[in-house]
Write a protein that binds this ligand. Structure first.
Ligand code: 13P
Ligand code: ZN
Length: 294
């Protein structure tokens, strides 16, 4: 290559335009999902939070990854640290604390942030967003601990979602909060439940939210379940994609709705355990046999 061509090429590289981040598929997905969750009534006020593990190469098309806007305190309200070394350098898009899901679509740059876990796993670098000086959801300990737990089982896991779905929450007040019993009742409520969440639903007792303790307990459950109910608070879901994770919570919520619409009425018909086995076998899913009364 001649000198002139070389200079031209270098000039082009320097002028390489970054794409508009607001058009990035991952920002769009966050906006659409938050709006959906709000419209379904699952996420009142600032209720709920989402974190989404991004592909560094994809993010580099939109952001200069050498530019750190701010460093953020690591964790939830109590700002106590924990070891996030296994995910150091990983980039996530995360909803902001105190931010309303209903506002994400209109102003993603204020309500969302793109963060990178700093070297050593002991801090956060803000690459984009939280424009008003905001910071990550107070549930970041639970989210990051769940990401670490799920990634160890499934390297494709990218999404952790927390929500306060109405019927799931209502059911918490009138149904025993036992993993086997709760899962069994949910499986009975819609034919496809056992195929959608064959691993069942984990349950935590009521705990103070936004703490490392609830994060540790949720992540422990996530080794076994992709869905974890926080008693009388809400639910956590984990999945490969936004659709899969949303779909898991949506299916639990639908089953809880059927339960709440029928729990006070005499039960005449039900899906039997033998039927659930037929279904799980037909769909070829590995289900919790110990959650059935066979
Ligand atoms: P954040 O506003 O900090 O995300 O908290 C919402 C919530 O649902 C707490 O459990
Ligand atoms: Zn919550």
């Amino acid at each position: 290559m001649g000198l002139i061509e070389g200079i031209k090429k270098a000039g082009k590289e320097l002028a390489r335009e970054l794409k508009d981040i607001k058009q990035a598929p991952f920002v769009q997905e966050m906006c659409k999902t938050a709006s959906n969750m709000y419209r379904l009534g699952w996420d009142e006020r600032n209720g709920g939070n989402i974190s989404y593990l991004l592909d560094e190469k994809e993010v580099a098309e939109y952001l200069d990854l050498t530019k750190v806007l701010r460093t953020l305190p690591f964790m939830g309200w109590n700002e106590t640290e924990f070891d996030a070394k296994p995910i150091e350098g990983k980039i996530f898009i995360v909803t902001g604390t105190g931010k309303y899901f209903k506002n994400v679509q209109d102003d993603p740059e204020t309500n969302l942030g793109i963060i990178r876990i700093a070297k050593g796993g002991k801090g956060i670098e803000l690459l984009w967003g939280y424009k008003d000086g905001g910071r990550t959801t107070s549930e970041l300990p639970a989210h990051l601990m769940c990401h670490m737990a799920r990634l160890a089982i499934d390297p494709e896991n990218r999404v952790i979602m927390h929500s306060h779905p109405t019927y799931t929450l209502a059911m918490n007040y009138v149904h025993e909060l036992d993993e086997m019993k709760l899962t069994h009742t949910l499986w009975e409520m819609c034919t496809e439940c056992i195929a959608v969440f064959p691993d069942g639903v984990g349950v935590l007792p009521w705990m103070v939210c936004g703490t490392n303790e609830i994060g540790i307990a949720t992540a422990e459950k996530m080794k076994e379940f992709r869905l974890v109910v926080w008693s009388m608070h809400g639910i956590y879901g984990a999945g490969k994609t936004m659709d899969e994770t949303f779909g898991l919570i949506e299916t639990v919520e639908k089953a809880a709705q059927i339960y709440m619409l029928t729990a006070h009425l005499p039960r005449i018909n039900t899906i039997k355990d033998e039927d659930m086995v037929k279904l799980a076998e037909y769909f070829g899913v590995k289900y919790r046999k110990d959650f059935l009364n066979l």
